[in-house]
Structure formats: structure tokens, C-alpha cells
Design a protein around this ligand. Structure first.
Ligand code: NAD
Ligand code: MG
Length: 406
């Protein structure tokens, strides 16, 4: 049995808490070295009291000061070092005191610390798909150079990873054709608006968009699931992780979320990974790989399952999916710009200042704007990625303020 010391980036989020739920069941296997969060002091106090990390980091300075004050007042937590800001996040992710980093910050904010963990040669459990969407080749090259082991937490990519033969589990450089694989098939539920009349999409509220029929997740990924930008980001994520060509990557709607994705082999065999829609399964798989541990998730009850159905994604209902697939093959500038525009648009949608259907419009317009200056140019350093990301965020914000106030 191997023991691991963990740094959890984004400990207070949906993935962070599910990770700690699995860790809680296996105290002999895992020790918590670092917990990080943005602003949620109350949750961090509870987690620090329970897991007693060496270090607790909050990005927000006031939140860190508040956390430090509470932890110092309790004898059991007084020794925990509290730090604040972005620098300490990267330092913690690359510190030798831990060997495994759960990358579970949401959005582009996770890129720098996740990349720091990769460059330091850690075992990186990757939930923060935006980091890979933004940095693609750079991320995979950094893993190859440092020897970092990337394990995919995203349920689809975890499912695919599980369905690959051992020799093809070399993420970033697997040769699918040599392994007898024709296609990777990503499944997606279609989100809460799959059957809504198209004319009603425009008036959907943040609460309705976040009410996912199968999964309980953070707000941003819930909105991304409703637009299917999430599946688009996952398409880009799959391209990098599994080294796919366009012909080797398909998306299929599967509303029940029982099959988490599939691998189709040349001999006609299709391997699928199934399970309840509960992130503790892929998290436990990554935490203990190549061993298996209990996750706390019940096995599927086949007698209780209704029909398993499949369909293609309707392009009119899900324009974000097509935008992401196009950007994937346009280049790194396009996926970085798309991701940034989407983050800005989703934040505006969530605070009530953008209509649901305008998310796709803003994304399309920003990628088009950046195409004139960026098409054909390499984006192969962290600075170049952050520059495209910054420009796309500025353009998206300006566009929304000028054309889309609601
Ligand atoms: P969440 O919103 O529930 O949690 C986000 C975490 O990141 C929190 O701990 C928060 O404190 C931290 N954070 C937010 N902004 C930050 C910032 N600017 N700097 C530093 N830390 C910050 O999100 P989530 O649903 O747990 O998703 C996390 C990541 O995992 C996302 O990239 C998402 O796409 C991916 N993912 C999530 C699920 C899921 O079921 N929730 C499934 C697959 C993949
Ligand atoms: Mg997913």
C-alpha cells in the first residue's frame, strides 16, 4: 500500500470536498499537507480542524487573516501555517513536502499552480480542465520533461483512461491507432435544458441552469453543462490527454449519465466505464491508482436502471460545443480565448447581467476578434497564454458592457 501526502488546490469546492470525503475513509493512506481556497473562511476552519494540514492558503488576504486568527485560538490548529496570495499557491503546489496535487481550482486561476505542480514532477490529479484547455501542448510537454504523472479526474477522461490498455495510458503521447483504438467517445447528459423549447432558452435563470439533472457540481461547471461548453472543454481536454485526431474523437448525448465515456476498438469492441454519477468514484481511482480503494459510492443497481439512451447533440441548442470543437483545431490561441470569454460570460450570466443564449454569442465574437491578430501564431509559454487570456477577458467584458446589458 502506497502512502501519499496531498496538496489540495480548491479544497472548499465540490471536487475538493469530495476528495476529502474519500481521504477521510483512508487515514492510513493519505495525509493532508496543504489545503487552499479563495475566500470561504468558515469551510476552511472546519477542514483545518479535521485534517490538520501543515499549511492553509487563502488567496484573499482578509480571509487569510481571519482564518489565522481562528486557527491560532484553538490549541489543535495553532501550529498550522496560514499564508495568502497567489505566490504561496504555486510554492505549495511544487513543494517537496507533498507528492500528490489535486488540481481542483475552477477556471483559469488554476493554471499557474497546476502547471507549477506539473513542472515539479508531482502526481497531478487533474480536475481543473480549464488549465489544460488554456495551455495544451505546454502542459503536456512540461509533464514529459519533469516526469509528472497526470491522472484525469474529470469523469469522462477518467472513464476513457480506465478503458485504455496499459501501454496507451501514457497521457499526452499515447498512440491510439497502435493500440487498436478507432475512437474515443465522450458522453454528455445534455444538461437541464435538453428538452426545453428552443425559444425558451433565452430567459433561463442561473438557478435553472445550475439545477443539473444528474450531477451536483460548482456553479461555473453547471452553467457550462447547460450550454455544453463543458463538453467542448472536455473535447479539448481529451485531445491533449489522449493525443487524438479529429477523426478519433466523438461526442454522444447520453442523458442518464450511467456510461461515463467509451473507447471503440478496431475489432468492433466498445469498452465503457459505468457507475453512479458521483465524483468520488473517479477521485478515488486517481488517488489510489493503480490500486483500487473504496470510495463510498454504491455500485449500480441494474434492476433499477431505466433505459440507457443515446442521441447526437443538437447544434442549434448547443452552439458552444461547436465553437469549442472548432477552436480545438484552430490552435492554442483559440482555445485560450474561448475559455477566457466563456469564464467572463458565465460570471455575467450568474450575476444576472447576461442572458443565457448570449454566452455563446460573446464567445464566438471574442474568438473572431482575436483571430485577426493571433491566427497562425504560436502560444508556447505561460506568459503568451496569459496574454491571450487577458486580452480575451478584456474584449469579452467590453463587448458585454457595450452590447448586452440586461
Ligand atoms: P467549485 O466552484 O465548487 O470550487 C472551486 C474551488 O476553487 C473552491 O475551493 C474555491 O475556493 C477555489 N477558487 C475559486 N476561485 C479561485 C481563485 N481565483 N483562486 C484560487 N482558488 C479559487 O468548483 P468545482 O465544481 O469543484 O470545480 C473545480 C474544477 O473541477 C473545475 O475546473 C471543474 O471544471 C472541474 N470539474 C468539476 C466537477 C464537479 O463535479 N464539480 C467534475 C469534473 C470536473
Ligand atoms: Mg466531466
Amino acid at each position: 500500500m502506497s502512502q501519499h501526502r496531498l496538496c489540495i488546490l480548491g479544497a472548499t469546492g465540490s471536487i475538493g470536498l469530495n476528495t476529502l470525503a474519500v481521504v477521510r475513509e483512508h487515514p492510513e493512506r493519505f495525509q493532508i499537507d496543504v489545503l487552499t481556497a479563495n475566500t470561504n473562511v468558515k469551510q476552511m476552519v472546519a477542514l483545518c480542524s479535521e485534517f490538520r494540514p501543515r499549511q492553509a492558503i487563502m488567496v484573499c488576504t482578509e480571509a487569510a487573516a481571519e482564518l489565522a486568527q481562528v486557527l491560532r485560538s484553538q490549541p489543535s490548529t495553532a501550529a498550522i501555517e496560514v499564508r495568502s496570495g497567489l505566490g504561496p499557491l504555486q510554492e505549495a503546489a511544487s513543494n517537496e513536502a507533498n507528492d500528490t496535487v489535486m488540481a481542483a481550482i475552477v477556471g483559469g486561476a488554476g493554471l499557474a499552480p497546476t502547471l507549477a505542480a506539473v513542472q515539479a514532477g508531482k502526481r497531478v490529479l487533474l480536475a481543473n480542465k480549464e488549465a489544460l484547455v488554456m495551455s495544451g501542448q505546454l502542459f503536456m510537454d512540461a509533464a514529459l520533461t519533469s516526469g509528472a504523472q497526470i491522472l484525469p479526474v474529470d469523469s469522462e477522461h477518467n472513464a476513457i483512461f480506465q478503458c485504455l490498455p496499459r501501454e496507451a495510458q501514457q497521457l499526452g503521447r499515447c498512440d491510439l491507432a497502435a493500440a487498436g483504438i478507432d475512437k474515443i467517445i465522450l458522453t454528455g447528459s445534455g444538461g437541464p435544458f435538453r428538452e426545453l423549447p428552443l425559444a425558451e432558452l433565452t430567459e433561463q435563470s442561473p438557478a435553472a441552469a445550475c439545477a443539473h439533472p444528474n450531477w451536483d457540481m460548482g456553479q461555473k461547471i453547471s452553467v457550462d453543462s447547460a450550454t455544453m461548453m463543458n463538453k467542448g472543454l472536455e473535447y479539448i481536454e481529451a485531445r491533449w490527454l489522449f493525443n487524438c485526431t479529429a477523426a478519433q474523437l466523438d461526442v454522444v448525448l447520453h442523458p442518464q449519465s450511467v456510461i461515463h465515456s467509451m473507447v471503440s476498438y478496431a475489432d468492433g469492441s466498445v469498452l465503457a466505464q459505468m457507475g453512479r454519477p458521483d465524483m468520488r468514484t473517479p477521485i478515488a481511482h486517481c488517488l489510489s491508482f493503480p490500486e483500487r480503494i473504496a470510495s463510498g459510492v454504491e455500485p449500480l443497481d441494474f434492476m433499477a436502471l431505466q433505459n440507457l439512451t443515446f442521441a447526437s447533440a443538437d447544434a442549434e441548442r448547443y452552439p458552444c460545443l461547436a465553437l469549442a470543437i472548432k477552436a480545438c483545431w484552430q490552435g492554442q490561441w483559440a482555445t485560450t480565448a474561448l475559455n477566457a470569454a466563456n469564464e467572463v460570460a458565465v460570471a455575467h450570466f450568474l450575476n444576472g447581467s447576461l442572458r443565457f443564449t448570449a454566452i455563446a454569442e460573446v464567445c464566438a465574437a471574442v474568438v473572431k476578434q482575436l483571430e485577426t491578430t493571433h491566427a497562425g501564431h504560436d502560444v508556447n509559454s505561460l506568459e503568451a497564454v496569459l496574454s491571450v487570456d487577458g486580452q480575451a477577458r478584456t474584449n469579452a467584458t467590453n463587448l458585454i458592457e457595450m452590447n448586452y446589458s440586461c
